[in-house]
Design a protein around this ligand. Structure first.
Ligand code: FUC
Length: 750
């Protein structure tokens, strides 16, 4: 059977999955010894990561709005007057001088992200649990096991001590919107523990209505506690024994079983994208615990499980297993390095990406940030923020194809929330219509260029975010959605239509000043320079943005004069050019790159996630893309290797895509790859690699960017057989397919 099928002529051959479905997950046989061994739970708003210790357990708690910072005036009103000079200098070949001027004049006001004014996503708190056990001289612990069940969204710990079976189950309920820990012990009165909150900054706790409450204020970026108010509460429902609540802890003594309920909240209003002083987070959490604690755990758990699996079970992937497939996850990861025939680990990794998306966002919430939802520090790497030159977008690569389309919506809503801020930035810096955002974002509407132009001058963040709107439409065919979000795409297109400038040397329309994220080149004098006029990524992004907007108006039957202007400008955009080494040129001149192995591969945006480069349209550019990747090398940060899996999949090279996947799955230790809990290592942990890697596996299995569906475009020969159900393709369809001896046996598009 052919692997390519024109979408319209969809075949309807039943594929037999045959085997009963097993839950997807992994386990450890010891408590976590580092945070990267804890297992992530989340319901799109609150997150929990239990360490699972026998005498001391600790749950890292997260709440998606937990951000320091505040709305700041960051657009520099002086900047616009320098734009013409900066551009002239660039076009005169005085790149270094242009860059110096950009550093002086074309940045945000204030200290930006480095100074903390910008704010950062951070841990909510830790919930510490200290256990005491009935006295015994025998201190051994037997049969310890710590599980993550991804199909159901559950974590558990079980062990035997002094002949007593202990069991803890942790959920972040999708339906009650609270965290619950169920604790059981066989026999009677064997459960005694103490709970308290811990946080590495100023906070207070007190007892209220059988709850232990934590509260505090975050920094607004200027003062230490003038920002967001937060509060969390925990309470215990016991079966036997006693419970005592003081201002600092809850003590449970001699219970048979117990349930811990907890909730967290801030006074940030996502729908308004600002702090609402009228919101009382303490009241919120106390009310939610009062409502949920009366419900039987069994009922809470089964509702949660149903809601979770309704999302998770949409996709199934079966790949060959070997004897390592049943090992604890840390050992399994290490074994895969030596023997990659445990292809089932690849299926697990793909599903883990879907699991993380289900857990870290939901309708009405925020999109996952650099930490996803899971931060264990106050000062998170890169502020745990939103980066728009690859990272936030990569977080959403598995959303559509992975059959979690509704989880793409928070990104759209976030993008739309940037528009009014970005309109102001567009006027101030570029005297242009429309809206722009540069590379960094936060909860406070920051759209200015960042403080350091070497990475902060990129201005195509908004253009890139808009491709997600169009792709969501392509996958869902949801016309109402497209109509609702058309103004966002229009605003981004209007901006570029206005700000593009003609390069007098070539006649091409270019973005300027800009960068090719976050690489630098040597100018003719040998200076290291990042700021440039036009970059290949920008050209490709703007070309795609204009094309998508025009197509969207056609789909919606709208007449818009902007389309005429864009159609006139499109042929004037600089094309993607092959450089002297046969590579895709990264900038508009064939400069020598400072870091040939740079982690960003921005000039291949048109290969993936874009679709400017394909074998049918641009075979010579596909060859140049291959050369580019060879020159760039394979080893890099987690997200970079994840991106390269997608590139090689688009180049239809299954062996090389698999090689990159193996690099990504390399046990990270202190370096790059994957941590024991399967979190991606930049290092440190950064969630984008997980999402990009999951998307890469999907891209190896099925592609749909050329108006047809291609099954198994890039699988390695070692994946001799497999079964896949539920991935989505453009055109609003799902697929199911099965292969044997590397050949498609049957397939279905529905
Ligand atoms: C970009 C990348 C870095 C890191 C940061 C969060 O700036 O270049 O590698 O991923 O985002």
């Amino acid at each position: 059977m052919t692997r390519r099928m024109v979408l319209i002529a969809a075949m309807a051959i039943m594929v037999c999955g045959c085997k009963a479905k097993e839950d997807v997950g992994y386990y450890f046989n010891s408590p976590a010894s580092i945070w990267e061994e804890t297992v992530p739970l989340g319901n799109g708003r609150i997150g929990m990561m239990p360490w699972g210790g026998v005498t001391h357990d600790e749950i890292v708690l997260n709440e998606i709005t937990m951000w320091s910072g505040s709305v700041q005036e960051t657009d520099n009103p002086e900047s616009g007057q320098y734009l013409a000079t900066i551009r002239d200098l660039l076009f005169q070949g005085k790149e270094k001088e242009a860059q110096d001027l950009v550093y002086k004049t074309f940045t945000c006001l204030g200290r930006g992200s480095a100074g903390g004014e910008f704010g950062n996503y951070q841990i909510f708190a830790n919930l510490c649990m200290d256990f005491t056990y009935p006295f015994s001289l025998d201190t051994t612990v037997r049969d310890y096991r710590r599980d993550l069940n991804m199909s159901k969204g559950l974590a558990s710990v079980s062990f035997v001590k002094n002949g007593v079976d202990y069991f803890r189950e942790y959920i972040t309920s999708m339906t009650e919107d609270v965290g619950v820990v169920k604790l059981t012990a066989s026999g009677k009165s064997n459960l005694s523990f103490q709970l308290r909150f811990k946080r590495d900054s100023k906070y207070s706790t007190y007892a209220e209505a059988s709850c232990l409450v934590i509260k505090g204020n975050l920094s607004d970026g200027i003062t230490t506690d003038g920002g967001m108010a937060y509060s969390g509460a925990v309470m215990v429902i016991n079966d036997g024994g006693t419970v005592q609540v003081t201002d600092s802890c809850i003590t449970v003594t001699g219970a048979d079983n117990a349930q811990i309920f907890l909730d967290m909240a801030t006074n940030y209003d996502i729908s308004k994208m600002e702090i609402d002083k009228a919101i009382n987070p303490e009241q919120k959490v106390l009310t939610s615990l009062a409502n949920s604690q009366s419900k039987p755990y069994k009922e809470i758990r089964s509702k949660h499980e149903k809601a979770f699996s309704q999302l998770f079970d949409r996709v199934e992937l079966r790949l060959p297993k070997n004897e390592s497939s049943s090992l604890p996850i840390d050992q399994r990861l290490a074994a895969f390095e030596k023997d990659d025939s445990d292809a089932d680990l690849v299926a697990l990794y793909m599903q883990y990406g879907r699991y993380l998306l289900i857990s870290s966002t939901r309708k009405g919430s925020l999109p996952p940030n650099l930490q996803g939802l899971w931060a264990h520090q106050i000062h998170t790497p890169w502020n745990g923020d939103y980066h728009f030159n690859i990272n936030l977008q990569m977080n959403h690569w598995p959303a559509e194809v992975g059959n979690l389309s509704e989880l793409h919506i928070p990104l759209m809503e976030y993008t739309r929330s940037l528009v009014p801020h970005g309109e102001k930035t567009a006027k101030v810096y570029y005297d242009s219509d429309g809206w722009v955002t540069h590379i960094q974002g936060n909860l406070w509407g920051f759209t200015s260029p960042s403080q350091d132009p070497s990475w902060g001058a990129t201005n195509t963040g908004g253009a890139w975010l808009c491709r997600h709107i169009w792709d969501h439409y392509l996958f869902t065919q949801d016309i109402d959605f497209l109509a609702e979000y058309l103004p966002v795409i229009r605003g981004a297109a209007a901006f570029f239509s206005d700000m593009l400038v003609t390069d007098p040397r070539t006649g091409y329309l270019l973005t300027a000043p800009t960068t090719s994220p976050e690489n630098a080149y040597f100018d003719e004098e040998g200076n290291v320079v990042s700021v440039c006029a036009g970059s290949t990524m920008d050209n490709q992004l703007v070309r795609e943005l204009f094309t998508n907007f025009i197509q969207a108006t056609q789909v919606l039957g709208i007449t818009d004069t902007l389309c005429n202007r864009l159609s006139f400008q499109l042929p004037q955009l600089a094309p993607t050019i092959i450089g002297s080494e046969g590579q895709i040129m990264e900038w508009n001149k064939d400069y020598r790159e400072v870091e040939p192995h740079h982690r960003h591969v921005s000039h291949l945006f048109g290969l993936y996630p874009g679709n400017e480069l394909t074998y049918s349209k641009t075979p010579e550019l596909m060859e140049a893309a291959r050369v580019t990747l060879e020159r760039r090398g394979d080893q890099s940060t987690g997200w970079s290797m994840a991106w390269k899996i997608n590139f090689w999949a688009r180049l239809k090279d299954g062996e090389r895509a698999f090689k990159l996947l193996k690099d990504l799955l390399h046990p990270a230790g202190k370096g790059q790859g994957t941590y024991p809990n399967l979190f991606s290592a930049h290092p440190p942990m950064q969630i984008d690699g997980n999402f990009g890697g999951a998307a890469g596996i999907m891209e190896m299995l099925v592609q749909s960017h050329e108006g047809e569906v291609e099954f198994l475009p890039a699988i390695p020969t070692s994946w001799t057989e497999g079964y896949c159900r539920g991935l989505c393709v453009r055109g609003g369809k799902e697929v199911e397919f099965k292969w044997k001896n590397g050949e498609l046996v049957n397939s279905r598009i529905y």
